[in-house]
Design a protein around this ligand. Structure first.
Ligand code: BES
Ligand code: MN
Ligand code: ZN
Length: 497
């Protein structure tokens, strides 16, 4: 449905596909194995066409040519990897994306995994495979007419490698990550009539197949626990709220867990503080934080990460009806603190307040990271280039920043401070859920922090990065699955035993 690439790994001994993909540097010389498989005339053809098309082998650029007369393939696709001196900076995931961007549905392809200045090791090959998979993802589940689909048919791709066994092994890890990102994308792309809290919980339940323990808390249990802030958001909806707890036990029994928490508002109308109509359909993506947590748990379990990881997601629908929460209402959160509702559209923080408190209290995690499409204001500050990072812990913040640079899912740290905290003091309750427009992302973060004790904590505001994504080398989907690769990388670099 959403993944049309069919990947195989074979030796560099022959080719069978219709498209032949070769990697070239600024010198435009075909790598040895590519030259051998492309045939005698390929180099001359490439040199001539490159001059005419001003193709210079720049990283991620490409040139597609009809194959030389009599060749056993139909198109020769050269993809640039830049100068040898820049090789250390080459992003192989993006390279895989650039390659996939030149392939066509319904056509088989061969990719020769060799660089002009040597081979491609298994780790980089797996990164190319990840980029290929992510770029070729399409969400066309609800297209019934094939002419409306971008194009149809699968793309059988063969990666030709010097050591196919090593590449296959490395692929097990990148396949796990790809599957996690794809799952997160699917969830974000699904329409809100299909993906409401119960259905979302059912999808999360499927992680049990991978060995994840999944617990679904229904409204009765949530009431008993005391998640009144979360329940207040969902009370105007015909759909029941849910909280899902996922546990991946990949390390020793006594190993302190790491915890990930997600905002899962399956649709955000704003509630009684109703949003304007234009663009409201985008609010189906207001569960991107929860989608990321589910995708991450999938990735960790599928690659059997040696970590104990907890994922907790708060699933609600924010609707206006006769039973909906009002501005002026006062609710008590699980922490015991009272909250004056100023704006029913500032609902994400209410959901997270309870889920954060619950997670730290029950699991005493080593750290707790939450992801939420929390504020439009983060788009004002950072556009779609970075997620906003707020943290009470410098080490965690630095590690997240580094993982962001390594994966391209970048974060930018924003301040937390007493002066901003004061802005959410309320006349009638312990705090209010909205302090107006100024510093909107920061006051939202301060609200969350009032529900975090001394646990190391980071909040990622992904309203800009988690949905309505711009096209990139590795993504053409509205829901980008943002954060899965970032957090998988954070875990891999620092928290696996
Ligand atoms: N889900 C929205 C934030 C959002 C905006 C996500 C744009 C993605 C794109 C959130 O629940 C919200 O409505 N926030 C309000 C807060 C305000 C009422 C204090 C906002 O950003 O306007
Ligand atoms: Mn809202
Ligand atoms: Zn929202």
């Amino acid at each position: 449905m959403s993944q049309r690439l069919k990947l195989e790994i074979k030796a560099l001994d022959a080719i069978e596909g219709r498209d032949l993909v070769v990697l070239v540097s600024d010198g435009l010389t075909l790598p040895g194995p590519a030259e051998a498989l492309a045939g005698a005339e390929a180099q001359a053809l490439l040199t001539r066409a490159a001059a005419a098309e001003r193709f210079k082998g720049k990283a991620l650029s490409g040139l597609t040519l009809p194959a030389p007369e009599g060749a056993p393939y139909e198109r020769l696709i050269a993809v640039g990897v830049g100068a040898a001196t820049d090789r250390a900076d080459l992003d192989f995931v993006k390279l895989g994306g650039a390659i996939a961007g030149r392939l066509a549905a319904g056509r088989s392809a061969e990719v020769i995994l060799a660089l002009p200045d040597g081979g491609i090791d298994a780790k980089h090959a797996a990164e190319i495979a990840l980029g290929l998979k992510l770029r070729s993802y399409v969400f066309d589940r609800y297209k019934t007419k094939s002419k409306d689909k971008d194009d149809t048919g699968s793309i059988p791709v063969t990666l030709r490698a010097a050591d196919p066994a090593a590449v296959k092994k490395a692929l097990k890890v990148s396949d796990a990550i790809a599957a996690g990102v794809v799952l997160a994308r699917d969830l974000v792309n699904e329409p809100p009539n299909v993906l409401y809290p119960e259905e979302f919980a059912d999808r999360a339940k499927k992680l049990e197949k991978l060995g994840v323990e999944v617990e679904v808390l229904d409204e009765k249990e949530l009431k008993k626990i005391g998640m009144r802030a979360l329940l207040g958001v969902g009370q105007g909806s015909r759909r029941e709220s849910r909280v899902v707890v996922m546990r991946w036990n990949g390390a020793g029994k006594g190993d302190e867990p790491v915890a990930f928490v997600g905002k899962g508002v399956t649709f955000d109308t704003g509630g009684i503080s109703l949003k304007p109509g234009a663009g409201m359909e985008d609010m189906k993506g207001d569960m991107a934080g929860a989608a990321c947590v589910v995708g991450l748990m999938h990735a960790l379990a599928a690659r059997k990460a040696k970590v104990n990881a907890i994922g907790v997601i708060g699933l609600v629908e924010n609707m206006p009806d006769g039973n909906a929460q009002r501005p002026g209402d006062i609710v008590a959160s699980l922490s015991g603190q009272t909250i004056e509702i100023i704006n029913t559209d500032a609902e994400g923080r209410l959901v997270l307040a309870d889920v954060l408190w619950y997670t730290q209290d029950r699991f005493k995690p080593r750290f707790m990271i939450n992801l939420a499409t929390l504020t439009g204001a983060i788009l004002v500050a950072l556009a779609q280039e970075n997620a906003g990072l707020f943290s009470n812990n410098d080490e965690l913040a630095q590690r997240l920043t580094a993982a962001g640079l390594a994966t391209g899912e970048t974060v930018w740290r924003m301040p937390l401070d007493k002066a901003y905290d004061k802005m959410i003091d309320s006349k009638f309750a312990d705090m209010k859920n909205s302090a107006g427009r100024y510093a909107g992302s920061i006051t939202a973060a301060q609200f969350l922090q009032r529900h975090v004790n001394d646990t190391a904590w980071a909040h990622l505001d992904i309203a800009g990065t988690g949905m309505a994504a711009k096209d990139s080398e590795i993504n053409r989907s509205w829901g980008p699955g943002w954060g899965v690769r970032l957090l998988d990388r954070l875990v891999k670099d620092h928290y696996e035993s």
